[in-house]
Design a protein around this ligand. Sequence first.
Ligand code: LMR
Length: 397
Amino acid sequence: MFESLRAVPADPILNLSVLYRQDTNPNKVDLGVGVYKDETGHTAIMEAVARAEERLLAEEDTKAYVGMAGSKRFCELLAQVTLGADHAVLADQRIAVAQTPGGSGALRVLGEFINVASPNATVWLGNPTWANHHAVMQSAGFTVKEYPYYNRGTRAVDFDAMLNALQNQTQAGDVVLLHGCCHNPSGADLSLDQWQAITDLVLAKGLIPYVDIAYQGLGEGMDEDAAGLRLMANAVPEMVIASSCSKNFGLYRERTGTAMIIAANAQQASLAQGQMNSVIRANYSMPPSHGALVVETILADPKLKQMWRDELKTMRKRIKDLRSQLVDAIKAEGVTQDFSFIERQKGMFSFLGVSAEQVDTLVNEHSVYLVGSSRINLAGLNQRNIAYVAKSIAAVL
Ligand code: LMR
């Protein structure tokens, strides 16, 4: 039966790491996969994570199964981190939470959950969005449609077009996927006024917001980055949220995320928890434990929590500085084209806004690795490579 299989195209993001590793050019620069790197180009284990792991090594006394929804304490803490400890949804117990294998696992679990609750729903993804959103939502069984999000001319959110499409093309019960912060791939985020306008529209049309927040803390701060999502959660009866600890705790390979379902009341939240657990049981049975235990250990200890917050602040500041430095370095190459939008955008990513051919030249002739859409990971820049990257960009313009 396997003779009928067709070759699958390489993953547009993850395959860049493979190509980068194979490249022998000593000047090569990896601006591909969304992984934070420090000034030396290394993705180090955060100090707070290392300390928590030491503690776990000394104190953890069982490897027995965790439940389908993982650690209850982790779920409580992550709901507080995402929504804010005093959010009305938590006080009213209108939430179901599960620890998942990364943010991707949360996306898939929530997708399958919605499919149980509303089998004919259409999922609306922004154009552009994280490349894997399409695959995850299609695999969960949805019809996927797109709404316009980013205007490549103004290099900003095309809000009128977005609102117009959601207003005129969606049906009650459709699901709208939004990025909580640090939009991947554009770095262009919604303002609070825009979150409010989408919230009003969601309420008026009976849509289900589905927020993917994979980069909380990498934009303006843990609370600031979740402000739009929190505002929306205050107003709508139903909403789902996929969050990730990959970036803000640097736990990429430990696959640590959270799926959250906000329901109209506590009773429906309890039913939702049961359905979500059953989706998990039929899929991977229960999540891996280690990453969540690390996060739980950090968040439950004031000293470790402060250490983590400080480290995250350093990462955030470094990315912001690199944004300004890249804009200056490109200018210093005599480029007159305006790249100042990079400074206004948030999180790890921005589009350079160059063509697919220019991306090919950057990759193949300059060994500067970026996604085909011209998305760059700013955190891959450092003082040793930034001038080279700016020179390479200038050379392809
Ligand atoms: C990215 O967008 O680069 C990250 O989310 C990594 C991935 O899995 O694609």
